[in-house]
Design a protein around this ligand. Structure first.
Ligand SMILES: *Cc1c(COP(=O)(O)O)cnc(C)c1O
Length: 363
C-alpha cells in the first residue's frame, strides 16, 4: 500500500520491529538512558536548547498542553488561522476560557506577518500568539521566521503548531525565538501516532509561572520535575519510545540537512509533476508546503470518486479536503518516510485515472 496521507505516515520496518521489544521498568536505568538519548536528539532536530517534553498523545494533546500551560482564563490570545488546524487552536483556547482574537486568512493563502504585528501593536495586552506553521488542510507553509520576528519584541509568547512541519521543514526554534513548539509523532517522525513533543523556552516558562488554566496530566512543571530525574510523571508509552529511538537513528544517519533537503526536493518535484498533468495547486508556489500538497478538483470530479479508484485499483491512499474544502480538493502527503518512487506512483496513477473521469491530462 502507498499511504500518501499527511499522517499517519508510513513507518520504516526497522521502526516497527523496534516496537516488538519487551517492556522494561519505566523508572529504571535502561529507560532513563532512553529518555535522555531521544530528548537530546529531538533537541537537535528542533535546533533548540529549550526543554522538550514527550507526551502520550496525538498532536492535538500537545496543542492543548501548550494552551493550558501558558494562559489563564480571560487572557487574550491572538490566533492566526489559515485553515482548519488554525481554527482548532482557537477552539482549544476558547474552551479553556481564553479571550480569543482571531486573525483569519483565506484558506489556501499564508498569514501576513505585518497584520500580526499590527494586532500586537494595537493591543499590548495580548499574552500569546498561536499560529500554525504548516497548515495541513490547505498545503500552505507560513513564513514562521518572519512571524516570529514580529512577535519577538512584544510581551506575547509565540506558540507554534508545527505538527506537520518540524522534522521535515526548517524550524530554528532558538534562532527564530519560538516559545512553545508542538509536533506529533505520526507526521515527519516516521513513527506511529501516539506521542507529541513540546518545547518550552525561558519566556514560555515565565508564561507558565503566571498561567492558571486547569491542568494535571499535561502540566509542564511535573514533566520538568520528572525529566530532571530522567523519568516521566506517569507511565510513558514505552513501545513508542523504542520506535522513536530507531526513527531518530535513521534521521541522524540521513542528517538533519539531508532530511530537510529531501522534503524540499520531493515537494517541488511532486508539485511540478502535478502541474505537468494540467492540474493546479491550491497554494502559491511561494508558500506551498513541502510536506503536503492540496490539489483543487478539476472539471467537477468528486474527490471521493478519485480517491476510491486510487485506493481500489492502485492501492494508493490519498486524503480528501477538510471543512469547507471537503468536496473541493484532494491532498497528497509527502512527509516522513517517503521517496521519489512513492510520488511517481501517484503521478502515474493520476495520469491513467483522470482521463477516465473526464479530465484530459497534459502529460
Ligand atoms: C495532524 C495535525 C494536527 C493534530 O492532529 P492529531 O490528529 O491530533 O495528531 C494539528 N495540526 C496540524 C497542522 C496537523 O497537521
Amino acid at each position: 500500500m502507498n499511504l500518501r496521507i499527511p499522517g499517519p505516515t508510513p513507518v520504516p520496518s526497522s521502526v516497527l520491529q523496534a516496537m516488538t521489544k519487551p517492556m522494561v521498568n519505566h523508572r529504571g536505568e535502561e529507560f532513563a538512558n532512553l529518555i535522555v538519548s531521544v530528548t537530546e536528539r529531538l533537541k537537535y532536530f528542533f535546533q533548540t536548547s529549550n526543554d522538550i517534553f514527550i507526551f502520550p498523545s496525538s498532536g492535538t494533546g500537545g496543542m492543548e498542553a501548550a494552551v493550558v500551560n501558558t494562559l489563564s482564563p480571560g487572557d487574550k490570545a491572538l490566533v492566526v488561522s489559515i485553515g482548519s488546524f488554525g481554527d482548532r487552536f482557537a477552539t482549544i483556547a476558547q474552551r479553556f476560557g481564553a479571550e480569543v482574537a482571531k486573525l483569519d486568512f483565506e484558506w489556501g493563502k499564508d498569514a501576513d506577518p505585518a497584520a500580526i504585528a499590527a494586532k500586537l501593536d494595537e493591543d499590548p495586552s495580548i499574552k500569546a500568539v498561536l499560529v500554525t506553521h504548516n497548515e495541513t488542510s490547505t498545503g500552505v507553509t507560513n513564513d514562521l521566521e518572519a512571524i516570529a520576528r514580529v512577535v519577538r519584541p512584544h510581551k506575547a509568547i509565540l506558540v507554534v503548531d508545527s505538527i506537520s512541519a518540524i522534522g521535515a521543514l526548517e524550524l530554528k526554534v532558538d534562532e527564530w525565538g519560538c516559545d512553545v513548539v508542538v509536533t506529533g509523532s505520526q507526521k515527519s517522525w516516521m513513527i506511529p501516532p501516539g506521542l507529541s513533543f513540546v518545547s518550552v523556552s525561558p519566556k514560555g516558562w515565565e508564561a507558565y509561572a503566571q498561567a492558571k488554566m486547569p491542568r494535571y496530566y499535561w502540566d509542564f512543571g511535573s514533566a520538568k520535575k520528572y525529566l530532571d530525574k530522567k523519568q516521566n510523571p506517569y507511565t510513558p508509552a514505552v513501545s513508542l519510545y523504542y520506535a522513536l529511538d530507531e526513527a531518530l537513528r535513521l534521521m541522524m544517519e540521513e542528517t538533519r540537512e539531508g532530511v530537510l533537503a529531501r522534503h524540499k526536493r520531493l515537494g517541488s518535484y511532486f508539485r511540478n509533476g502535478v502541474r505537468e498533468l494540467g492540474l493546479s495547486i491550491l497554494a502559491e508556489e511561494r508558500c506551498a508546503s513541502n510536506t503536503v500538497t492540496a490539489i483543487p478538483m478539476p472539471n467537477g470530479i468528486h474527490p471521493k470518486e478519485l480517491r476510491r479508484i486510487l485506493r481500489e485499483e492502485f492501492d494508493i491512499i490519498v486524503a480528501g479536503g477538510q471543512g469547507k474544502l471537503e468536496d473541493k480538493i484532494f491532498r497528497v502527503g509527502h512527509v516522513g518516510y517517503v521517496t521519489k518512487e512513492d510520488l511517481d506512483d501517484v503521478l502515474n496513477a493520476l495520469r491513467v485515472v483522470l482521463p477516465r473521469l473526464g479530465f484530459q491530462t497534459k502529460a
